[in-house]
Design a protein around this ligand. Sequence first.
Ligand SMILES: Nc1ncnc2c1ncn2[C@@H]1O[C@H](COP(=O)(O)OP(=O)(O)OP(=O)(O)O)[C@@H](O)[C@H]1O
Ligand SMILES: [Mg+2]
Length: 368
Amino acid sequence: MTVATVSVRDFRCYEAATARLDPDLTVVVGPNGAGKTNLLEAIYFGCTGASVRSTNDRELVRFGAVATRVVVRFVASSGEHELALAFAPGEAKRMTFDGAPVERLLDAPERPLVSVFVPDRLGLVKGAPGARRAHIDQLVAALWPARAGVRRAYSAVLAQRNALLARIRAGHATVASLDAWDQQLAGLALELIETRRRAVGLLAEPFAETGTLLGLDGELAIRYRPRSRARDAAAFIQELSERLPADLERGFTAHGPHRDELSITRAGREVRTYGSQGQQRLALLALLLAERELIGELRGTPPLLLLDDVMSELDGTHRAALVDLLRSHPGQALITTTDLDHVPEASGVSRLGVAGGRLLQSTDTAAA
Ligand SMILES: Nc1ncnc2c1ncn2[C@@H]1O[C@H](COP(=O)(O)OP(=O)(O)OP(=O)(O)O)[C@@H](O)[C@H]1O
Ligand SMILES: [Mg+2]
């Protein structure tokens, strides 16, 4: 699947623009404040219906405009398709697939998968475990869409159990009333743990290999560390009941896959605690690139990789390794940079110039 063009109207700094993407690598180049991140954000928004930077879609509407619209045209094995998204503050988003309304983009029969690197996402390797759990659950959803519901179902049952804990604590319910929820929670917890274990297991080798290809010294490793040792539902229920007094005191369930950790190490040490800025950046890149490879293998088409401002903290060797890797592996990618010199061999790649909130024409430098 390849994204061919992205057209925007009144999106952030853009009044009206159409960006044509290279099937392999596009470099978006321009000075600070030119509109590079905004373009990347528009592509992400058009493919996922969500913003990468903010949770408030209002910010996406150009100052002074009343609505924004993004249209993504892409080519899949079934032919050419068009996803369109319109948003006006105070109204629900409107989305169409090939002109027919869809409730959510998830319901579109086909849509490009996207993977994004923005500096904020470094929190994934250096921040709290919650971000890593959410990320691995998203990977699960990308690899096996049918299993995406397990995480949601688990969270729903967990919320019910927590509500019941509060009622028991207040004397409005009995401990016995937990049994039915614990049964359900155990089944879903084991399924979630098993699926995560599988996803991380598949990721481990490409992750280590990508780290090496990126020129990172010291082997990268990723390991899933579930809290629960349970092998079956009965054992999980037993673990829950051992912790019941503490749970009742706290008023929430402190045991289960919603508290699991995913550890990322380089040369045997946690990247979040011991990694340098550059190493953390490379570890995140290795993660996204390894996932891209895995999704490509399992789903037949790798996600579009959007890399914002990735070059600025990498040295020349690592920049060259990254560009080599992007060009030698299947999949479409887009990189933003303030400086073309940061992209080795830039003369051979498609460039998209941005200045003063406008797109300059897309230039194929081979022809220029
Ligand atoms: N809703 C909006 N309407 C109009 N302009 C906006 C809106 N939101 C942001 N901008 C402006 O868009 C401009 C470009 O921002 P963007 O983040 O895309 O720059 P950039 O090229 O990524 O710069 P840098 O290299 O510094 O990261 C900024 O001047 C910003 O203030
Ligand atoms: Mg930017």
